[in-house]
Design a protein around this ligand. Structure first.
Ligand code: IPE
Ligand code: IPE
Ligand code: MG
Length: 228
């Protein structure tokens, strides 16, 4: 893998936590804890090697269909993760942003999300976007509504400017661990020319080495963007 030719923006669908736990005879919730821990490892690694943007899918607009206990465990883990992230901010120095409709989350979690985004805004090294209650279709509808309200022309540029990702380059590569080969409503607009990478490795086992392998694969793709 060539460290001088890295993708600028990597996006990851952090999938497979439940199966990881099941294989170990553990409750699904342990899988989510292990997944959150791995997110920390991978985000730090991305910052260390010089990835400029990392976007991760943590909770989709469809994940509310899960049993309420599982949903509240995931929200609890997010709360815990954010408290720890604030404590470690000085050391980690990553800018954190949140994509998704946070208006339906608990006021406590919302406040924590806003606080994390605000105090991390001073850091420039790597920007980590965490997608919570995020859906690609929801994002597109929201952008359309905002454009209609402002009366601005419906151009690709204006549309992109109303996405959560406004001002950020599209992901060069979307990685999905966990064995499924689908997008599951992730970054539908931004994925237009992203290189897709799928692996059977479950998210809690997706190591730095696995990321290197994915980047290596990316570096050997021929990106034509419709040209020749
Ligand atoms: C991803 O892991 C985490 C979320 C969707 C919140 P899963 O919980 O979907 O794990 P599997 O796919 O059931 O193994
Ligand atoms: C996608 O995983 C969402 C996240 C990883 C947050 P899912 O487990 O929800 O996706 P499906 O249901 O297998 O498509
Ligand atoms: Mg899943």
């Amino acid at each position: 893998m060539d460290f001088n030719n890295l993708p600028r923006h990597i996006a990851i669908i952090m999938d497979g936590n439940g199966r990881w736990a099941k294989r170990r005879g553990l409750p699904r919730t342990s899988g989510h804890s292990a997944g959150a821990e791995n997110f920390r490892t991978i985000a730090t690694y991305c910052k260390d090697i010089g990835i400029q943007y990392l976007t991760v899918y943590a909770f989709s607009t469809e994940n509310w269909r899960r049993p309420p206990e599982e949903v509240s465990t995931i929200m609890g883990l997010l709360d815990k993760y954010l408290h720890e992230a604030i404590e470690r901010m000085e050391r980690d120095r990553v800018k954190m942003k949140f994509f998704g409709d946070t208006s339906v989350l608990s006021p406590k979690l919302r406040a924590l999300i806003e606080r994390t985004a605000e105090i991390s805004s001073q850091y420039e090294g790597c920007q980590v976007n965490i997608c919570v209650n995020y859906g690609g279709r929801d994002e597109i509808i929201r952008a359309a509504k905002r454009l209609a309200e402002t009366g601005v022309a419906f151009s690709e540029e204006n549309f992109a400017g109303e996405m959560y990702s406004a001002g950020i380059p599209d992901p060069d590569m979307i990685i999905r661990p966990g064995g499924e080969m689908r997008i599951s409503n992730f970054l539908l607009w931004q994925a237009a020319y992203s290189e897709l990478y799928f692996t059977d490795t479950l998210w809690p086992d997706f190591s730095k080495d696995e990321l290197n392998k994915a980047i290596f694969s990316f570096q050997h793709r021929d990106r034509r963007f419709g040209g020749i």
